[in-house]
Design a protein. Structure first.
Length: 462
């Protein structure tokens, strides 16, 4: 099996060359920039991706449209502390939240304590610095509770302490189903939030806040799909997917531009080899991921009648951190093929990080609900988290060498599943229900506002 790496590089000799990947990434990040779903930049990114796939030699390229619940963009955001001391606050509007009715003023109320007397005030939410994926998921899992409390308590707005260090600002959505929450929310820089907290410990703190957000409902968005047609079983499909959209404070390099260009480059190198897989390999760039994985959800909904033909779906979405294995998403039967594909990179399977955990929060998830065998790249999150959704998520933060090493692994896994003699079957709804229970996914599904659609049968395998 150690010969597999050499065989793979004979099949795809340019895989280790970073030139095309780096050029593509620079174009996407520096020329197009942040790509909020529903925006003109998102449309330009889709056109760019179509052109790149065609230039790479894809057998087919198409755009599939769907309706995004809302396009949200921050127009302007400003705030200041008025008393007991006067100073400006560095803030960013939280995506998918309402504007303030002009400029508002109010006393801060600590949302970590008793909020019974909060009506007419401005809620203040403390956050620790984000250091792990558990911290990131924790920030998401508290959203529903915070927004429900805000609505019931009658606060005029929320100020949420940034979980990025010092003065770094980022976008943290406060709605997870693509709709716009009625309470205005702003992220305030961590160091300034700590100052506010110290002042609040001494007495009342009054702030001024103005958020002007542009919101357009029911916007047409698009996924970009390309294929390399299989030779023996072209109606069976292996999919690799990454999300094309990003928030707009940075240029979406780690989240998720590097993986977008990886998907394109894998197709490019496979086509350059003139080798044909047994099954069709489909390359999907989804939009709407940052609004709640809406693009991949709508893709699965549109293709549900043929979803049993998908032999495997692989999602990549954690920047350019080192890939140590893959999350199996409760599908233990995938382990053998994954371990075999990774032997050239990790000769001892025990050194591979092929975790049984099921992952919510990225574009594999609706494939999981549809019973499709699915994987998520298990990457080192340490280089990714400090730039997450932030102003600093730019081209220079990408580890180009590691991105190319990751690409070779993804190509190996795709080739393995595209040519395997046997494939894992689609799960039934009863089997997916058991998987959700066994992997303790229900709490996350409720946190991500997915549970009711699944439980009612409106989402996932019938």
């Amino acid at each position: 099996m150690r010969k597999f790496a050499a065989v793979l590089l004979c099949l795809f000799p340019a895989l280790l060359s970073a030139q095309d990947l780096v050029t593509d990434l620079r174009e996407l990040c520096d020329h197009i920039g942040g790509r909020v779903s529903g925006s003109p930049a998102s449309a330009r990114a889709a056109e760019w991706a179509v052109q790149k796939f065609r230039e790479a030699g894809a057998d087919s390229v198409r755009v599939e449209t769907y309706t995004l619940p809302a396009y949200w963009r921050s127009g302007s955001a400003s705030a200041s502390c008025l008393s007991p001391s006067k100073f400006p606050l560095r803030i960013a509007a939280a995506p998918l939240t309402a504007s303030t009715p002009g400029t508002i003023e109010g006393t801060l109320v600590d949302f970590g304590g008793d909020v019974g007397n909060a009506k007419g005030k401005i809620g203040f939410v403390r956050s620790d610095i984000m250091k792990s994926l558990d911290d990131l998921f924790g920030d998401y899992m508290r959203i529903n509770g915070l927004m429900e409390t805000a609505k019931k308590s009658g606060v005029r707005a929320l100020l949420l302490e940034s979980s990025q260090a010092r003065e770094l600002l980022y976008r943290h959505p406060m709605s997870l189903d693509g709709t716009v929450a009625s309470t205005p929310v702003a992220i305030v820089a961590h160091d300034q939030a700590e100052r506010l907290a110290r002042l609040m410990s001494e007495g009342n703190v009054r702030v001024r806040l103005s958020l002007d957000n542009d919101i357009v409902k029911s916007v047409t968005e698009r996924n970009v799909i390309a294929e390399i047609r299989g030779n023996d079983s072209p109606d069976e499909v292996v999919i690799i997917g990454a999300h094309l959209d990003s928030w707009d404070m940075g240029t979406g390099a780690l989240d998720n531009g590097v993986n977008v260009v990886t998907v394109i480059d894998i197709l490019r190198q496979m086509k350059a080899s003139s080798r044909r897989p047994k099954r069709t390999i489909r390359f999907a760039l989804f939009t709407g991921e940052e609004q709640g994985m809406i693009g991949s959800k709508e893709y699965v909904r549109a293709h549900l009648g043929e979803i049993s033909k998908v032999a495997m779906m692989l999602a990549i979405d954690i920047g350019s951190g080192k890939t140590t294995g893959f999350f199996l998403n409760g599908r233990e039967e995938l382990r053998k093929d994954v371990e075999e594909a990774l032997l050239p990179f990790y000769p001892d399977p025990k050194s591979q990080s092929n975790a049984p955990d099921a992952i919510d929060g990225t574009d594999n998830f609706d494939f999981l609900l549809a019973g499709v065998p699915n994987l998520v790249a298990n990457q080192d999150p340490v280089p990714y988290l400090p730039e997450y959704h932030a102003e600093s998520d730019t081209f220079d933060k990408v580890d180009q060498k590691q991105a190319k090493e990751n690409e070779v692994m993804y190509a190996a896994v795709l080739w393995q599943f595209a040519n395997a003699a046997q494939r894992a079957p689609q799960q039934t709804r009863a089997e997916v229900t058991k998987l959700i229970a066994d992997t303790h996914l229900e709490d996350q599904m409720r946190g991500f506002q997915q549970w009711e659609e699944w439980a009612s049968g409106r989402r996932g395998v019938r």
